[in-house]
Structure formats: C-alpha cells, structure tokens
Ligand binder design. Structure first.
Ligand code: THU
Length: 183
C-alpha cells in the first residue's frame, strides 16, 4: 500500500521573437506554462499502465501490427472505474480509431466528461523515443476536449521500463495552443 506523492510539472518558458520581412512581420509567440504540483497515487498509475498494456493485446491492428492500449479514470466518476480501449484499424486505413479515442469515447458515452489520468501503452515501441509512443495529433485534440485545468488532466505514456512508471504530461505540455471554441 503506497500513499499519494506530489508530482512536479516544471515551468516551461519560451520567448517570443519578431522577424521583419519585406511583406510584413513574422511573429513567433511566447509560451509560459507555470510550474504545477499535483497529488498522484503511484498504485493507480501502475494499475492504469498495466491495464493499458493488457488492452493492447485486444487491439485490432492487422495492417500496421502496431498494437496500442489505453486506460483511463475520469475525474467526474465517483467510482473512479478504469475504462480501457485499444486501436481498432480498418481496411480503408482512414477509418482507423486510435486507442486513446476508443477509450475516451467509452468514458464519454458512459456520461463522464473530465479525464483524471489517461495511460497509453504502445506495446510495439515501448523503449522507443517519446515521439514514437506518444498520442497522435487527433488524439491530443480529443484529450483536450475532455481535459480540465484544475486539477490538471494527466497523460501517462508507458516507457516500458520496470522501474519507471512512465512519462507524464498535462495538456499544456502535450498540446500547446489546443483549439477551443471561445465560450
Ligand atoms: N495509434 C494509436 O492507437 N494511438 C496513437 O496515439 C498513435 C497511433 C495506432 C493507430 C494505428 O492503428 C497504429 O497505431 C499505427 O499508426
């Protein structure tokens, strides 16, 4: 039985830049993400990561053979049940659904709207560099749709190691400039 631990999400700061061109100014926007501390339960993270790994065994990936599993807990689910999903490919290729969107669709259809933690495990690329086992752009935007800022929705990306629980990102770090419809 392990207790909760405080997870540090360090601040990110990038400066703006302006370049004059003969046709007008080109601006590179600045980016400032404040430091955050959030309490997490390591046992819950291990359980989610393991559930994501097992879910990958149920992937329908006959074309790419790249099996992906995802598992999540919704913050607005008082039972904190674990939903799981896997990538479901299609002969048209384009109709393929990634593991992350499969599991989010299940949780959303069950009535929940706010992700607490989503774990993803690309079981064919577990020790690869982060970009090769991270959610794709469409999935990031879907995660954004069901994310909250306080407390931050977290994404745990399996790195395959036994002594590392995985790489953790919040939405600010996963998808800067996520598209939103202004309220
Ligand atoms: N895939 C996912 O399930 N999640 C991702 O974030 C990246 C890619 C799936 C889609 C496809 O079935 C296979 O991995 C290869 O791209």
């Amino acid at each position: 039985m392990t207790g909760k631990v405080e997870l540090l999400l360090p601040a990110v700061a990038r400066s703006a830049a302006v370049t004059e061109t003969p046709l007008g100014r080109l601006t590179v926007p600045s980016r400032a993400v404040p430091e955050r501390r959030v309490m997490v339960d390591p046992q819950e993270l291990v359980d989610l990561r393991n559930a994501a790994r097992s879910a990958a065994d149920r992937a329908h990936a006959p074309y790419s053979k790249f099996t992906v599993g995802a598992a999540l807990i919704m913050a607005d689910d008082p039972e904190r049940r674990v939903f799981t999903g896997a990538n479901v490919e299609n002969a048209t290729y384009g109709a393929t659904i990634c593991a992350e969107r499969t599991v989010i669709a299940q949780a959303a259809a069950a009535g929940f709207r706010r992700i607490a933690i989503l774990a993803v495990s690309c079981t064919k690329a577990l020790h690869a560099r982060l970009a090769d086992r991270s959610p794709c752009g469409i999935c990031r935007q879907t995660i954004a749709e069901f994310s909250t800022d306080v407390p931050p929705s977290l994404v745990l990306i399996d790195s395959g190691d036994d002594d590392v629980l995985g790489d953790v990102l919040d939405l600010d770090r996963l998808l800067p400039y996520a598209f939103r419809i202004a309220p």
